[in-house]
Design a protein around this ligand. Structure first.
Ligand SMILES: NC(=O)c1ccc[n+]([C@@H]2O[C@H](COP(=O)([O-])OP(=O)(O)OC[C@H]3O[C@@H](n4cnc5c(N)ncnc54)[C@H](O)[C@@H]3O)[C@@H](O)[C@H]2O)c1
Length: 324
């Protein structure tokens, strides 16, 4: 297959690219390195079948050139990370809505199936756990910039589904929950790389809020396997699927596990959300996916435990050095 990955120099995209290439596919990555990095794909450069185009994907002429020679698109390019979303809401919306519409219109024109990586943020402030794909969603108020990301991604979902309905374009939508592993940067607010970097440097691990908020962390290796299975499952066309872990851990406990597994002498500190993200920030206490659909349609469930994942991140950070 000739595969195009938008955002392929990012955390998820670079792992996906490596796996698809190893399977013998031809892989083209388009990435403007806004939050991604060249080092993520440096080991792929020069391998037969791999090509990187360093450019903004919001360019119809570029997409017009690429899509006629593409069999499948994984659309990952997006603004990401809570910090970026609250600090740069204009960029967040611009990077999500318009490029997706341009891409999907052209996918329809050239009849190229497309998979979108959406997000658990779409579930908003809902407390009906576990989150099921077809449940109604409740987003926070528009004066809270965080919800711009969720709403923009939701509009992307609507746009793909609209094309599925109106132009019979095969579309796949995956809602990723917290995905973690080697190569993820903590620069844009992701908690695990931040904690591991601090622990290895002997600096305090800063917990936002009281640390009792819980999240489910899934290994990037499990997520890549899930993305591939979704894209190869005809029954998944035209629907939405959660991919993530359903094992919860409180953020304070995550900090303690990181300290234990690094053997660090770091202490744990606390900062209020207001201090970190400003007064208009809103968080949710829990976020758990229902994995029923993933189990039923693609026979998938995560294999790696939180300790496995923390150890993989520690090893990666020790190898690569801090990038913060
Ligand atoms: N990692 C997670 O926990 C998580 C959770 C939910 C959803 N997602 C989704 O998964 C996808 C990948 O996220 P990630 O964690 O790998 O983040 P990432 O920042 O590492 O990857 C996104 C990539 O898109 C690129 N990009 C952004 N705008 C672009 C543009 N206009 N043209 C070309 N390239 C552009 C960035 O440079 C980056 O390499 C995103 O769609 C994100 O919304 C990720």
């Amino acid at each position: 297959m000739r595969v195009l990955i938008t955002g392929g120099a990012g955390f998820v995209g670079s792992h996906l690219a490596a796996r698809l290439l190893a399977e013998g596919n031809t892989v083209t990555v388009i990435d403007d390195l806004s939050t991604g990095a060249w080092r993520n794909i440096a080991s792929l450069e020069g391998q037969s079948g791999f090509r990187a185009v360093i450019a903004d994907m919001n360019d119809a002429a570029l997409l017009e050139r690429e899509l006629p020679r593409t069999d499948f698109v994984y659309h990952l390019a997006s603004a990401v990370g809570v910090r970026l979303v609250v600090e740069r809401p204009v960029e967040t919306i611009r990077r999500i809505v318009e490029p997706t519409q341009k891409l999907v219109d052209l996918c329809s024109k050239y009849r190229v199936p497309v998979l979108l990586t959406s997000t658990s943020e779409v579930y908003g402030i809902s407390d009906r756990l576990p989150f099921r794909e077809d449940d109604p969603v409740t987003i926070g108020a528009t004066v809270k910039p965080r919800w711009a990301y969720a709403s923009a991604k939701m509009l992307d979902e609507f746009y793909l589904l609209a094309h599925y309905k109106e132009t019979a374009l095969p579309v796949y939508i995956v809602r990723l929950f917290n995905t973690v592993g080697p190569r993820q940067t903590g620069k844009y607010g992701m908690v695990l790389p931040r904690f591991v970097t601090a622990a290895l440097a002997g600096e305090p691990l800063i917990v936002h809020g009281d640390g009792a908020q819980k999240r489910c962390f899934c290994s990037i290796l499990d997520v890549v396997e899930g993305l591939l299975r979704v894209s190869r499952t005809p029954e998944a066309v035209g629907s939405v699927m959660n991919l993530g872990s359903d094992e919860e851990i409180a953020i304070l406990d995550l900090a303690k596990r990181v300290i234990a597994l690094t053997g660090s002498k770091s202490e744990i500190g606390f900062k209020s959300y207001e201090e970190v993200f400003g007064a208009d920030f809103e968080d949710m206490r829990r976020r758990v996916p229902s994995l029923d659909r993933a189990r039923r349609l693609i026979g998938w469930q995560p294999k790696y435990t939180i300790d496995d994942i923390i150890c993989q991140v520690i090893e990666d950070k020790q190898k690569r050095g801090s990038e913060e």
